[in-house]
Design a protein around this ligand. Structure first.
Ligand code: SF4
Length: 382
């Protein structure tokens, strides 16, 4: 395509976005063409982002909990997992898990993000019990836990229906679900990187079931490995279709592949330009998902700041104890202070707003770590 053709096509896309019309598969693939100006796409995504979320840059105060890294699966992109008898394998004790909750409470966390491996020998009750114990001891902390891959495993272990499993976990204290395990839905890619675990149909079915019983969830896409633009856009459209049906997704998080210590370590990690393009294209394609997150842990702080001008409105949280991306070579710090995260949002020209997991504003008084409360729902325009 020559330059005037690119300009014309971009104008058609700009008109569509400004008129609230939906972008299709071909539009999305076009936006990934290297000759299409990243700056132009970013500007349009930024316009859309400001229509939906104004000038706000969201963050939260959160911690991660990965109760075990032992996993029956062997996803090729995963540096976190361990075999059962590998010295690297661990299972946290109840005491360690409760200590993590206590640490989160003392540091003012509103959220624990809980994901891990599918242990060969631990039953469903162990996973459920983690939620139950934490919720009983720290009811004010929102438990965002277990990806669709884990829920699929629990369905297998319990022989119960998805809705029964999800309702049971909600009764134990589950507040919402993270968006992990989506990777790339298309079987041409999925069969190469994680052929054994829950497939696209199952992932979608699980999130739909969660939405139908009132649980909010997030959604993700792991990009920058063996997939092509077509697979990414196909993935985004599948998410958009489910969101049309249920409205249960809160945030889309594009996850950049980190190759170190994985079976795909011969690949290069995606560039910052690819990261920004993916944030922008996601904002433009997912016209019905309220929030796009620039996860600073995997993008790096500078790229995450820039992403706040390329379609993202959220930068994730202060984060404690992140293992999954650091095992795969992430060089970001393992934690940011509240002042640091607010400052990096301000430097990006945005207004920092602390949110809870379901995007209510969090207010804190002088003793900010132990006295906080949530305000009304934050309304967004999608
Ligand atoms: S990505 Fe998850 S399911 Fe796959 S091997 Fe790693 S821990 Fe297991």
């Amino acid at each position: 395509m020559n330059s005037p053709q690119i300009k014309d096509r971009l104008k058609v896309i700009r008109d569509k976005v400004e008129q609230g019309a939906r972008l299709n598969l071909d539009d999305g693939i076009f936006l990934y063409e290297p000759d299409v100006s990243l700056h132009a796409i970013g500007e349009l995504a930024n316009w859309k982002r400001e229509q939906i979320n104004g000038n706000v840059g969201y963050y939260n105060i959160n911690t991660h909990l990965n109760p075990t890294n032992v996993c029956v699966y062997r996803c090729r992109f995963c540096a976190f997992r361990s075999d059962l008898r590998d010295p690297k394998g661990y299972v946290m004790s109840d005491e360690q898990i409760i200590a993590r909750g206590q640490e989160a409470f003392e540091n003012g966390c509103t959220e624990m993000h809980i994901v891990g491996g599918l242990h060969h020998k631990l039953g469903y009750d162990w996973y459920r019990g983690i939620l139950e114990k934490l919720h009983a001891s720290f009811p004010q902390i929102h438990l965002k836990g277990w990806t669709a891959v884990e829920i699929d495993w629990f369905e297998f272990l319990t022989k119960k229906s998805l809705k029964e499993v999800l309702s049971d976990l909600r009764d134990a204290g589950l507040g919402s679900m993270p968006g992990g395990g989506a990777e790339i839905f298309h079987p041409e890619v999925r069969d190469q990187i994680c052929e054994h675990k829950a497939n696209a149909t199952k992932w979608i079915e699980i999130h739909q079931a969660a939405h139908e019983i009132g649980l909010k969830t997030n959604c993700t896409m792991l990009y920058g490995h063996v997939e092509q633009a077509y697979h990414r856009i196909d993935h985004l459209i599948r998410l958009r279709d489910l969101q049309d049906k249920t409205g249960g997704f809160q945030t889309f998080i594009p996850l950049a592949f980190h190759p170190e210590n994985t079976k795909l370590s011969h690949l290069k990690k995606p560039s910052a330009l690819m990261d920004l393009r993916t944030v922008a294209v996601s904002r433009l394609m997912l016209d019905n998902v309220p929030h796009i997150k620039a996860y600073w842990i995997m993008l790096g702080i500078g790229t995450a700041q820039a992403a706040l001008a390329y379609g993202a409105d959220d930068i994730d949280g202060t984060v404690r104890h992140e293992l999954i991306y650091h095992d795969a070579g992430a060089t970001t710090p393992e934690i940011l202070t509240v002042d640091q995260i607010r400052q990096l949002i301000i430097e990006a020209g945005r207004e920092p707003v602390e949110r809870d997991t379901v995007y209510r504003r969090v207010h804190r008084d002088a003793d900010q770590f132990t006295h906080w409360w949530v305000g009304e729902d934050v309304l967004v325009n999608v």
